[in-house]
Design a protein. Structure first.
Length: 581
């Protein structure tokens, strides 16, 4: 292992991916955390997985496979999943790509692993051609190649309780002594355990953000939220509903005897060797308890500022504000619109060991190395405001506040910005410029806000069309007129050459026509003219909007239309996600 780490370190330094000083720091972290050298480099933010893989690929003379160059997209019609089993693929992080006569191309995280290559040669009775790929992309491609039929998984578990009992491993379980023998017995029944495991495994496979498990008078309903939309899935029998809820309560360390009051909990699991955090909310209803499970797949969170949806100028303006030594940055939008992910992408882009980063959130959903993160605990008096006051005694440079909800938090953020700190936070407003009005309503003096506010931005999420099945069409005059008017583009190309796309649906996108979501933004870098308006007129929105239009700053609707022109989403998605001016 030490020689492998040293070899990769040499390759990355020689290729100019990292410096010698960064290699020393990464080697130290790798030894302490007992992880691979490349993983340590990524954790420290010195380089991306892609940059490391491409450098190693070039140095070893091994072809590079990725989803971008289309090599890592495996067609199921080849039957490659029968050549290498799913278990072996996951355990050794290998993926069959294509078969050319007696040569099998295989994507590998470590193409220099001679032992695995020899084992593959014996297992398949074929010659092996290794390709270099990142761990995240190999795991995602394995999910797609070996996915077990989507909605059929839960039905299989109901029919055969012994099937896939080990697919989901618990990381945390409850050690509570429960005296409700019948309920506890049902919750520990093999069928019930496997039903819960099947629901969780299927949800992770389908990229689900929330699981809704509901009880009605005559039936049980199971729904998955995928890319912001709820889809119904086959539900377990009504007779096991209470046992399933009790099983979830046991995992979450909740009181299984309490059925009259709401309860909140959490637990962690491993699915396909991937750590998954589950937040559980249970609410009593007329016909029984409703369970909502929020899924946070750490492996699926990619904190790359280039991949979240910023247009080039928006990214430039946001980073310009984020690299200021002090000031206020506010990102607004509804709950679940990806604000926290965007802010962490920004932090990841500016993160350096020379700065002290502090964050207070409720809850901490994304854990990042190099950021000191604190969880709000209102029951013991640890609020946003009290944590902020403590942060100011911790010699911070950059502070992230999960949300400004009240006057005390707003004024503490302002005080931190005025005393030489950069503060990033979120608000719930309809657009970016309403940040000014909202903060003044919370008691912030206009003259202080004018001198400290560096940037105001707003965000929404739109579904991204599935690249494998999206269908092109020629837009009509009405759509073209709306695009020209609202995209803030001076002139569209020849109307006859403009192509929009619409969803169709295929196996890879679970027949939805969409795969993933992308942010659309409005990013307003506060200039001196805007500061004067905030200072003298208390934030007159009409005047501020006039200034942004004159300086060429895009609205959130304009950002959405640009995604339509790029073929990423549909006009309907943009219209439904934004508010007309």
């Amino acid at each position: 292992m030490p020689s492998q780490k040293l070899q990769i370190g040499d390759i990355l330094v020689t290729s100019g991916v990292i410096s010698e000083e960064q290699r020393v720091k990464a080697a130290k972290l790798a030894a302490q955390a007992k992880c691979l050298f490349g993983e340590a480099v990524v954790k420290l933010g010195f380089a991306t997985e892609e940059a490391i893989s491409m450098a190693v690929s070039k140095q070893l003379g091994v072809p590079y496979a990725s989803r971008e160059n289309k090599i890592l997209k495996v067609e199921k019609s080849q039957g490659l999943e029968k050549i290498i089993s799913e278990t072996y693929a996951r355990d050794h992080l290998v993926l069959p790509l294509f078969l050319d006569e007696k040569i099998l191309a295989v994507a590998m995280v470590d193409p220099d692993d001679i032992l695995t290559i020899d084992n593959l040669r014996l297992i398949t009775n074929l010659e092996i051609q290794p390709f270099m790929a990142t761990k995240a992309q190999v795991l995602k491609a394995i999910d797609e190649l070996y996915q077990s039929g989507g909605a059929n998984l839960i039905e299989k578990m109901i029919q055969d309780p012994s099937e896939g009992a080990d697919e989901v491993q618990e990381i945390e379980t409850s050690g509570s002594q429960l005296d409700l023998d019948q309920v506890l017995s049902g919750a520990k029944d093999t069928q019930v355990i496997n039903i819960v495991n099947a629901i969780l495994k299927q949800a992770v496979t389908e990229r689900v953000s929330d699981i809704h498990f509901e009880n009605y008078e005559e039936r049980v309903m199971l729904r998955f939220r995928i890319d912001g939309v709820l889809y119904e899935r086959p539900a377990p029998p009504k007779k096991v509903f209470m046992s399933v809820v009790s099983r979830i309560k046991i995992l979450s360390k909740l009181d299984i005897a309490e059925r009259r009051l709401p309860q909140d909990g959490q637990f962690s699991i491993k699915v396909q060797n991937r750590p998954i955090d589950i937040r559980v909310s249970i609410c009593p209803t007329v016909f029984g308890e409703k369970v909502v499970m929020r899924i946070l797949d750490k492996a699926a969170v990619e904190l790359d500022i280039d991949k979240i949806g910023f247009e080039p100028r928006q990214k430039e303006d946001f980073l310009k504000a984020a690299r200021l030594p002090h000031g206020l940055i506010f990102l607004t939008g509804p709950t679940g619109s990806g604000k926290t992910t965007t802010l962490y992408c920004v932090l990841n882009a500016i993160k350096t060991t020379e700065l002290n980063f502090m964050a207070i959130e409720d809850p901490v959903e994304i854990q990042m190395d190099g950021i000191n993160q604190v969880q709000v605990r209102a029951n013991i008096g640890l609020s946003f405001a009290s944590a902020l006051r403590s942060f100011l005694r911790q010699d911070p440079d950059v502070i992230l506040v999960g949300e400004v909800r009240d006057q005390e938090t707003a004024q503490t953020c302002l005080r931190a910005a005025l005393t030489g700190h950069l503060v990033l936070s979120t608000l719930h407003t309809n657009d970016a410029l309403s940040t000014v009005v909202r903060l003044i309503d919370l008691g912030v003096e206009p003259y202080l806000l004018a001198s400290s506010l560096a940037l105001a931005a707003a965000q929404r999420l739109v579904r991204v069309l599935c690249p494998d099945c999206k269908r092109p069409y020629r837009p009509g005059n009405k759509e073209l007129d709306a695009c020209l008017k609202e995209s803030q583009i001076e002139k569209l190309p020849d109307p006859a050459s403009v192509v929009f796309y619409q969803p169709r649906g295929c196996e890879k996108c679970a027949r939805t026509g969409f795969k993933g979501r992308r942010g659309i933004y409005e990013v307003f870098l506060i200039n001196q003219e805007m500061r004067d308006v905030i200072y003298k007129r208390g934030g007159d929105l009409e005047v501020l909007k006039t200034i942004t239009e004159r300086t060429g700053m895009w609205t959130i609707r304009a950002s959405g239309w640009r995604k339509v022109l790029q073929g990423l989403t549909t006009p309907e998605e943009v219209v439904s996600a934004t508010i007309r001016e």
